[in-house]
Ligand binder design. Structure first.
Ligand SMILES: *Cc1c(COP(=O)(O)O)cnc(C)c1O
Length: 370
């Protein structure tokens, strides 16, 4: 039997220039955390997003934590958040001893439902301080309505754009609509530095504050003087070198992810029980993962079948309001995210995939549904 190499969900895809930039970092001996590659990486994010301020960090989780800290979110404060998301979006609320309030999704974007947001603001036991809004699987939420509500009620918007680097809404980059935007460079994201994050904001003083907290909150003195406490959250210069090379190919990576999505859509046309993740009319996602739902078939059966062919797939995120950790948390629900979790599947979407790989996945699914 021929053994096929494993088809992963979303493996790293190097551009080829990473080692050259890492070598430059070595030559300059900027092995120590900060250095010129960090500055170049941040500049590449400013160039892409047109956000004037960017701060490279050790992870997106750290970036969300810093955003909450800078906004003064603390014990007893309510933070509204997308329920249909990954835990890294939410655990920083707990780090700050604040109270999460989860909001379910709409069916047209799979992201936070603005109608439920309005209801949550009315029902919250006190005025929420912030909203952490996830742009899931690379697609923007219904931003116009959400921003209008945040503005009307004085709620700070933190965009969790961990999955949506390069996605746009009304031709504006995801992550640039809120007080803060957050990107991830974790191993399975559209670009990776093996691990890393970025915080952006239109407000220079807020990013300066985040920078202060990210490097142990050291006061301006020759010795180590502290009037406040911080974290060790800055990105290393070596990892930033990988990021610089990765950013050079972002546009190509988005084109490929979108193409893979179209290959799947074409390969599975005519199967009535299958529906793909929709895209809002004014938005262009990066299609980080190709995701679909099955109306009747158990997606877990499909996942296990693909597994026997050494193909990795994964259920959609389990909503936060269904997690044991949050069984007594505040939440406002329709049934959208729960249904998506039950019926959905993420298909392999790595940008090194060829048409034949996609075709193989499609034919296995087609056969299973016959
Ligand atoms: C990956 C991810 C995060 C966390 O990113 P890290 O860089 O791994 O901390 C947060 N939110 C969402 C939606 C993610 O997909």
């Amino acid at each position: 039997m021929v053994s096929h190499p494993r088809l992963f969900l979303s493996p790293p895809h190097m551009s080829g220039r990473e080692q050259e930039y890492i070598a430059q970092a070595f030559e300059s001996n900027y092995i120590a955390p900060l250095g010129p590659m960090v500055e170049r990486f941040e500049q590449s994010i400013r160039d892409l997003t047109l956000s004037p301020n960017a701060l490279a960090l050790s992870s997106a989780t750290a970036a969300i934590h810093l955003a909450l800290r800078v906004l003064g979110v603390g014990e007893g404060d309510i933070v509204l958040a997308s329920s249909f998301t990954f835990i890294g979006s939410i655990s920083p609320i707990l780090y700050q001893n604040a109270t999460p309030f989860f909001i379910d999704s709409d069916t047209k974007s799979w992201n936070l439902d603005p109608l439920l947001l309005e209801e949550a603001i009315q029902k919250a036991p006190k005025k929420p301080k912030a909203l952490i809004l996830t742009h899931l699987y690379g697609q923007c939420a219904d931003l116009d309505k959400i921003i209008a509500l945040c503005d009307a009620h004085g709620i700070a918007l933190i965009e969790d754009a961990a999955e949506s680097l390069g996605a746009t809404y009304n031709a504006k980059q995801s992550g640039t609509f809120g007080t803060f935007g957050v990107f991830s460079f974790n191993g399975n994201k559209i670009l990776t530095t093996s691990g890393g994050g970025m915080l952006v904001s239109p407000h220079k003083e807020l990013i300066e504050r985040a920078r202060f907290y990210s490097t142990q909150a050291r006061d301006d003195a020759p010795h180590y003087e502290h009037t406040d406490y911080g974290y060790n959250y800055r990105m290393s210069n070596i990892l930033a070198a990988i990021g610089v090379a990765q950013m050079e190919v972002l546009a190509k990576r988005i084109e490929k992810r979108r193409m893979i999505f179209e290959w799947y859509r074409n390969g599975l046309t005519g199967i009535e029980e299958i529906a793909f993740m929709p895209e809002l009319p004014d938005a262009r996602g990066n299609r980080w993962l190709s995701t679909l739902t099955f109306e009747h078939t158990d997606p877990n059966a499909i996942r296990l079948l693909l597994e026997t062919h050494n193909i990795e797939s994964r259920p959609l995120w389990k909503p936060m309001h269904l997690q044991p950790l949050f069984n007594s948390a505040l939440s406002i629900q329709n049934t959208t995210s729960e249904t998506l979790f039950q019926k959905g599947l993420c298909l392999p979407s790595g940008t090194q995939m060829e048409y034949n790989d996609v075709e193989k996945v499609c034919s296995l699914i087609r056969k299973a549904l016959l």
